[in-house]
Design a protein around this ligand. Structure first.
Ligand SMILES: [Zn+2]
Length: 215
């Protein structure tokens, strides 16, 4: 359950990402909408040094409020929140299996029906763009069209959820699918679910499919 204080919620998500091995050496970052602005982890922030006060706020005009500098990927977070009005939270990590696939420039095809939870029949790998640039935000938004996540070429992954909890769940599911896809590729050539069957799966996902973000 998400705490009512969004700063506290961000801290608890950061700790869970670290405890479960999704965010090694504080390379990832977490953000959520906050009354017209965005709250985001500061650069160099990790569970050992973060306090609610150290979470940075970026207001609607892009002005930064807080002591520290926002995460170097703040422009990717704000670009995603601007492009996808249904999303309220964004998490970016360098989780291992996603990094491996992104270094191959590989999208994840429909090797498993649970890809439908991301809104379609694939999870795309974005084009390469330099970290910390607005161009990376553009590349992520392009790759996330009709989706809730993408791999970032030679970099990692990013997800957008309706809440911080939903975004964390997407991180866990995406890294799991990436790991399983890699294992399948090592064992042979995975069978890919045909598009018409994925259409049926997406229909079965109902409100969790295509149009709305998972709760
Ligand atoms: Zn990164």
């Amino acid at each position: 359950m998400q705490s009512t204080d969004p700063r506290q919620s961000i801290l608890s998500i950061v700790k869970r990402l670290e405890d479960d091995g999704y965010n090694l050496a504080s390379t990832g970052n977490v953000s959520c909408r906050d009354q017209g602005g965005v709250l985001i982890t500061p650069t160099g922030g990790h569970s050992g040094n973060l306090t609610p006060e150290r979470i940075v706020r970026i207001d609607a005009d892009g002005k930064v409020q807080g002591e520290g500098a926002p995460s170097s990927e703040w422009s990717m977070h704000t670009a995603i929140l601007k492009a996808f009005p249904e999303a309220n939270a964004v998490i970016h990590t360098h989780a291992d299996s996603c990094v491996v696939l992104s270094s191959l420039g590989k999208s994840i095809p429909a090797f498993h029906y649970m890809l439908a939870g991301f809104g379609g029949n694939s999870i795309r790998c974005s084009r390469y763009a330099t970290f910390g640039t607005a161009d990376l935000g553009d590349a992520a938004v392009e790759a996330m069209r009709d989706r809730r996540a993408c791999l970032l070429a030679n970099h990692g992954m990013v997800v957008a959820g309706q809440s911080l909890e939903a975004a964390l769940s997407l991180v866990i599911k995406l890294e799991t699918l990436a790991r399983q896809y890699l294992m399948a590729c090592q064992a042979g050539e995975p069978m890919i679910i045909p598009d018409d069957e994925m259409e049926r799966v997406l229909d079965r996902y109902g409100k969790y499919g295509r149009t709305s973000l998972p709760h």
